[in-house]
Ligand binder design. Sequence first.
Ligand code: 7RM
Length: 667
Amino acid sequence: MSDQKNPSTQQSAKPEKTAMVYEPTEYVRQGSWIDSMETYRDLYQQSVDNPEKFWAEQAERFLYWKEPWDKVLDWDFNDPHISWFAGGKTNVSYNCIDRHLKDGRRNKAALIWESDERRSKVYTYQALYTRVCRLANVLKSYGVGKGDVVAIYLPMVPELAFAMLACARIGAIHAIVFSGFSAQALRDRIQASGAKVLITADNGMRGGRLNPIKAQADEALLECPSIQKVIVVSRTQQQVDMEPGRDVYYHEEVARKDISRHCDIEWTEANDPLFILYTSGSTGKPKGIVHSTAGYLLQASMSSKYVFDLHDDDVYFCTADIGWVTGHSYIVYGPLAQGATSVMFEGVPTYPDAGRLWDIVERHGVNQFYTAPTAIRSLMRSGNEFPAAYDLSSLRVLGSVGEPINPAAWEWFYHEIGHDRCSVVDTWWQTETGAHMITNLPAATPMKPSSATLPFFGVQPIVMESEHKEAATGEDGRLCIKFPWPSMVRHLWDDPGNTRFKETYFSAFPGLYFSGDAAMVDEDGYYWLKGRVDDVINVSGHRIGTAEIEAALNSSPGVAESAVVGFPHEIKGEGIYAYIVMKHGAEADEDLEHRLAGVVRRNIGPIAKPDVVHVVNELPKTRSGKIMRRILRKIAAGITDKEQFGDLSTLVDEDVVDEIIETRPTK
Ligand code: 7RM
């Protein structure tokens, strides 16, 4: 763990902090599942007093079990292993689809897909069943079965949801790669996961622009010998290269004569992996986060119900891309386990104009709307005339996720979108936590703008000042979790001996799970998140490791070394600032920035492109050879007064710092 607090992310709560407390309105409280603080506190108390009893009751209530479990919980955070509901048999596809065919929801809309060009398609639970079964049978016909990995590289098309549920149905493990990632990033993830099959598309369609997904996939597959079959969804009906024997069209395969529209369930053990999702950390390659079957689905489902106060007639809309964990848990698994109607949007918030999301809310009568602060800030900038032009009266709960929401964005969301009567739920969680961890409940918890408020049921956070010492009320510290929760990451994929798993999450604070975030608890017990304390940059709510960007930059000819840090960015939350040292004799010409952007785009994807490139002669290093990132973060944030840099005595050469300050680009 790096010992320096990342100052670039401190633009969150404190400076702008408002004293305002907003009580849930009568409008939200009416008919809600949890309508008072007493109910929340009572249930929360039960959940921590006797976690096993609490979670066993919830598991009975929220999931269908083919066979009961033998043991509710088995865990150890020192030699980390976590097992929930061991011996229990269930299936995620059954819980998200089949049981709703018998509980009166057969003809209810499961998914409403809204295309980039403003068409929509509705899939009932019955339709979802048929689609998923057919695809599951296609996968089976290729020999895919329990424990096999299926890589998915798809834009936001309905087939993405079908593919997830088809894998779950036959016990295969999906590994979704965000369609904005590059060929090389896809290749790395396929290689790391050992996937047998890839499901992809001819093209993606976003904001009226074509994304040549199949071409990217083909490039990746040049170095992925594990892939035996490639299923191609025809999104734009364009001619793409198809490799005979390997590549097949989705629509042709599911229509094959030998493919039945029923597919038996493969009953999986509660702890069997449901999916792998790669996420960035402070060092090395992305980590393959492995989520379980039962525990994951239980918490995703239960939080969907209570945090969004989801009711049977509701239309729920989460704007995330399924390539990230938010889409996994809160477009597909959580809402569908609840038997809800979930809107899946292919496009972008600003196409054809900045009213697009409000247009969707109006046309589909959305009741819950879940998005990220970066989207809110960008729409806020486009002006109030956009939301004002639409009927937003169906809304009841507004959600935020991805980074701390600054008070100005919170207030705008609350007033301009929620018309002072909806609740804003600020949900803190991570890829690793699988589901919501710290959040308000819309009809119960008084809201303080910019605070994620209180822990969800069963979640036991603790803010640590140092390795063995808890931080005092009002003091910043590191956010840890004391006790396992059902949707917790179980291990990292391909991590023999659990070495990296232990090192990353369980070694900084012995006996605790460490989140990588800074936080403070106030006098009311409310949590205020303060951003990452490791070398992870949160760009528009997406996690990107500085080490990954540096590796890309360093591979560019002429670059000797680089250091990447985050800095406060008005829209993105954090921007990417790259310090570059050129090789002896190499020139930092006008084209350098463009070349570096290119190499990052190719290695990772467009989201990781530096916002600022700063060529320096040397990086500030300590006598032991470590780059002093603390200083680089300050300079990137525009702090150039050396008085504010703290102790510089361990630097080899302080003049390096002066040179960097003097040459700072001023755009
Ligand atoms: C769901 C997701 C996780 C990191 C996490 C935080 C930050 C997410 C909030 C937040 C403050 C929030 N998964 N984060 N939600 N910070 N308030 N409500 O984003 O794995 O991609 O990122 O995101 O730093 O550690 S993630």
